[in-house]
Write a protein that binds this ligand. Structure first.
Ligand code: NAI
Ligand code: MG
Length: 364
């Protein structure tokens, strides 16, 4: 059977950038690599049509396919909706019911954009690292939580909590990834001041010793990790860390390389019966209502998210390399959407022209 893909364009610029991904998918189809693609609604678009940000039917379809590709959800039109039907609830339901516990955030610097980074060019040129953030547990979910009153003042409470099995499964995802890349993994926590950090370090070390002795494993305190990421990020290959530290470190690493319009992501769960992990791929950016409907959106983040699907769901590493090389080529040729131009006086290309140029570069 052909690999199956459920496309959920969503709101705002979501459908605009997804239209460019469809061109890339169609190109692969024309070259004898077809995908079974279905498309459905999520977020505000689903609310408008069905009164819910994700129908049960769409949820069921997401559980069946090899991979989900999502654009973005949300927008001012939906800001006053009840919490239970807000667009992001659609996204959260997908993550929760598919149990997507490993969030992969690459920080990759395309040579043509090395000048665009706020860091020195030699620090970022050629950078290609991956942060694996635990996504379904930790302090954002731990109990007890809440705001209570003690001694006549209010106290805000959250609990950092990780079970051994939660640490084990995200560690395995990170080790597997390290094997597909540079065979090097750095685990980050705060074992110096947190019990959960002590357990995290111990469990990651044990998984490494028992199952991945071939992967070079190191440990770093997360605060030192933040410093090292800005000082010399190329010392890392794969980094694995918890939900809170991963939230901060992945945003920090992302900005080493430039624009939100360039950043893909993947969220993976346990392997399915066919051996492929449950998976959802999406750009890091949101629905960008300020530029929606104007042909200004950069489609590269979404196209690179599809490249991640090729690599991590479909074992099509060469096809993924080809997409990334096409992106590198159009950037080297000087093509820029408005978000990549900064103060320069050059004229930006449209969303659709960028997509067409990438497809043309694929064929080269
Ligand atoms: P945003 O990522 O949508 O936009 C932030 C800024 O970056 C804006 O100035 C936007 O124009 C620009 N930008 C974002 N993506 C771009 C692209 N591909 N090309 C060019 N410029 C781009 O974040 P914001 O403004 O905080 O949120 C807008 C809406 O999106 C809200 O409703 C929010 O809830 C939602 N959102 C959804 C996410 C998702 O679906 N995963 C993630 C983040 C926000
Ligand atoms: Mg964040």
């Amino acid at each position: 059977a052909n690999p199956s893909l459920l496309i959920l364009p969503g709101d705002g610029i979501g459908p605009e950038v997804m239209a460019e991904v469809r061109k890339v998918i169609d190109w692969f189809g024309s070259q004898g690599t077809p995908f079974d693609v279905s498309e459905d609604l999520v977020g505000g678009a689903a609310y408008d049509a069905h009164g819910t940000p994700l129908t049960d039917a769409t949820m069921a379809k997401a559980q069946e396919v090899d991979a989900v590709l999502l654009g973005a959800v949300g927008g001012p039109k939906y800001d006053d909706l009840d919490f239970s039907v807000k667009p992001e609830r659609g996204l959260l339901r997908l993550r929760k019911e598919m149990d997507l516990f490993a969030n992969l955030r690459p920080a990759q610097c395309f040579d043509a954009l090395a000048d665009f980074s706020s860091l020195k060019k030699d620090v970022v040129a050629g950078l290609d690292i991956m942060i694996v953030r635990e996504l379904t547990s930790g302090v954002y979910f731990g109990e007890p939580r809440g705001i209570v009153t003690e001694n006549n003042e209010r106290v805000g409470i959250n609990t950092q909590r990780y079970t051994e099995s939660e640490i084990e499964r995200v560690a395995r995802s990170a080790f597997e990834l390290a094997r597909k890349r540079g065979n090097k993994l750095c685990s980050m926590e705060k074992a110096n001041v947190m019990e959960s950090g002590i357990l995290w370090r111990e469990v990651v070390q044990r998984v490494g010793d028992e199952e991945y002795p071939d992967v070079e494993l190191s440990h770093m305190y997360a605060d030192a990790g933040a410093m090292q990421l800005t000082r010399w990020p190329k010392q890392f290959d794969v980094i694995v860390t918890d939900n809170l530290f991963g939230d901060l470190l992945s945003d920090l690493a992302a900005m080493l390389t430039g624009s939100l319009g360039m950043l893909p992501s993947a969220s993976l769960g346990l392997p399915m019966a066919n051996g492929r992990p449950k998976a959802m791929y999406e750009p890091v950016h949101g629905s960008a209502p300020d530029i929606a409907g104007q042909g200004k959106a950069n489609p590269i983040a979404c196209i690179l998210s599809f490249a991640m699907a090729l690599r991590y769901s479909f074992d099509m590493g060469e096809a993924a390399d080809r997409v990334e090389a096409a992106v590198e080529k159009v950037l080297a040729d000087g093509l820029r959407t408005a978000d990549l131009l900064g103060e320069e006086g050059r004229a930006p290309v449209s969303t659709s022209d960028m997509g067409d140029a990438i497809v043309a570069a694929l064929a080269d």
